[in-house]
Design a protein around this ligand. Structure first.
Ligand SMILES: NC(=O)c1ccc[n+]([C@@H]2O[C@H](COP(=O)([O-])OP(=O)(O)OC[C@H]3O[C@@H](n4cnc5c(N)ncnc54)[C@H](O)[C@@H]3O)[C@@H](O)[C@H]2O)c1
Length: 258
């Protein structure tokens, strides 16, 4: 093992769903910097001008199996190979129904499908190409709320909320990762999840009360920023983690450790 190159992604093909989003964009940049060829599957393409030359953008809605199938086929290219799959995209659907009492069946199902459903569908359709890699790495995205409940006091007197279908879908995503780790080991594919803590978008950060409450919940005394995730993404994607599978890594400033 050459330790100087153990994090290298040279020659690797990576697919990132939701790669145009707040966290996805920075992860894509990290993959490119480490040498991967990256294909982004997102329903709303926003081109990252600084990195566009190294990224293949595929407009695709993960609601449609046919669209996911086609995106994976395109990303795999002539080599018919995908080495790294990062399933970032999530969508709870329009509107916010945050309470257990008022959440209807449609919204409940949308939240589950927009989290673990997207993840499952993407893995299933990428699999024929990942098997050809023989050393594939899948990274799914969980959440702080996959392993613990949101504290309702954090949200009091703010316009924000966290919904029961989101946490349930993310907990299922973490479990799906472990299932797939066991099931796909036979193909040399490793599967791990990364669970971000509080990474509020810039517009949410403008609410000082909310931001301060989130900060106070962490050991490190601050919210997360997209670049806080990139080191772990490269670790899981590369041979540096070749004996790591079935792990859910919390990146939450210590929030779940106390
Ligand atoms: N931001 C946080 O605080 C936080 C915390 C924990 C976990 N997460 C998870 O991290 C991931 C990324 O979060 P984010 O904050 O970057 O969100 P984001 O909304 O900025 O990005 C999500 C991306 O997914 C895409 N997307 C949505 N529906 C899609 C569909 N049907 N088909 C294809 N693409 C679709 C969107 O266009 C967007 O680019 C999500 O899985 C989220 O649940 C975020």
């Amino acid at each position: 093992m050459n330790y100087k190159t153990m994090f290298s992604l040279e020659g690797k093909k990576a697919v990132v769903t939701g790669g145009c989003g707040y966290l996805g964009k920075e992860t894509v940049r990290g993959l490119v910097d480490y040498g991967a060829k990256v294909a982004v599957a997102d329903s709303r393409i926003t081109v990252d001008d600084a990195y566009a030359a190294d990224i293949e953008y595929m407009e695709c809605s993960l609601d449609s199996t046919d669209a996911v199938k086609e995106a994976m086929r395109k990303a795999a290219g002539n080599e018919k190979k995908i080495d790294i799959l990062i399933t970032m995209a999530a969508n709870l659907g329009a509107g916010i129904q945050s309470g257990v009492e008022d959440m209807d069946d449609t919204y409940w199902k949308k939240g589950l499908d927009g989290t673990v459903g997207y993840t499952f569908r993407t893995i299933r359709e990428a699999l024929p190409y990942m098997k050809n890699s023989r050393s594939g790495s899948i990274i799914n995205i969980g959440s702080l709320y996959a392993v613990g409940a949101p504290d309702p006091r954090t949200y009091t007197d703010t316009p924000f909320s966290s919904t029961p279908n989101y946490g349930a879908g993310k907990a299922a995503t973490v479990e799906l990762s472990k299932f797939c780790a066991a099931y796909l080991a036979r193909y040399g594919i490793r599967v791990n999840s990364i669970s971000p803590g509080s990474f509020p978008h810039p517009n949410v950060q403008e609410n000082r009360l909310f931001k301060e409450r989130l900060e106070a919940k962490t050991m490190l005394g601050r919210i997360g920023y997209p670049d806080d995730l990139v080191g772990a993404m490269i670790f899981f994607a590369s041979q540096a983690s070749k004996y790591v599978t079935g792990v859910n890594l919390m990146i939450d400033g210590g929030q779940t450790a106390w």
